[in-house]
Write a protein that binds this ligand. Structure first.
Ligand SMILES: Cc1cc2nc3c(=O)[nH]c(=O)nc-3n(C[C@H](O)[C@H](O)[C@H](O)COP(=O)(O)O)c2cc1C
Length: 203
């Protein structure tokens, strides 16, 4: 009996370590709103959510309606351990949840960011929760665009990205690779570890 106690203790300790991020974790004490928009790369936001949380961040996922076609709010809510916002119209409480979130975050990260989102932010449009958070927050903003290469290289998208960079928005550039549309080229979401490292280096 006695011989087993230390082993149990070890198990308990490792369980506690796994479920409670240590204060020495690189993102301990940081609150992140992770915006997920309607790109095929949205499925990768599951890994991103998980990695950011494991790095110690309090992660609040906000999805566009299109994003919910690619990955469920249930998955991202479970991985983030926080409720997921998907619509203006089902928020509760006197203060809209997205404004409360915009006020409390250290970082607004949108990954993947669609051409639509890039255009909305560049032009000050808030047709959805992500556009409203972009306009309302004073936190650092980082976008990881993902789209077809021709879309990404289109002058209109590049102009929007330049406008955002000019306003201090950090763009995590997409990479070259096989794209979901069947083409090979630039437009693939930056690898999750690159995004996480970028977040850690900024916060
Ligand atoms: C299968 C599929 C994949 C898509 N992938 C992308 C993508 O990677 N990037 C992008 O900008 N749009 C993509 N779109 C188009 C967006 O979903 C569409 O522009 C949508 O309006 C974006 O809305 P949101 O920014 O509100 O999520 C895709 C559409 C489909 C049907």
């Amino acid at each position: 009996m006695g011989c087993c106690f230390p082993e149990n203790l070890l198990l308990m300790t490792s369980f506690m370590t796994a479920s409670t991020p240590s204060t020495t974790a690189p993102l301990a004490g940081k609150t992140i709103a992770l915006g997920v928009s309607g790109s095929i790369a949205a499925y990768k936001s599951a890994d991103l959510t998980s990695e950011l949380r494991k790095a110690g961040a309090d992660v609040h996922v906000v999805m566009t309606e299109s994003a919910t076609q690619f990955i469920s709010a249930l998955t991202l809510g479970t991985l983030s351990r926080n409720p997921v916002l998907t619509s203006f119209w089902d928020e509760e409480g006197w203060q809209p949840g997205h404004i409360e979130l915009a006020d409390k975050i250290d970082l607004f990260l949108v990954a993947p960011a669609t051409a639509q989102q890039v255009g909305n932010y560049a032009n000050g449009l808030a047709p959805d929760l992500l556009g409203a958070i972009y306009l309302a927050t004073k936190a650092t903003v980082m976008l990881a665009p993902a789209m077809n290469g021709k879309m990404y290289q289109h002058e209109a998208v590049q102009k929007n990205l330049d406008a955002l960079k000019g306003r201090g928005v950090e763009i995590i550039e997409p990479v070259v690779g096989e794209l979901a549309c069947g083409y090979e080229g630039i437009g693939k979401l930056a690898p999750i570890d690159v995004i996480v490292q970028k977040v850690i280096s900024f916060l």
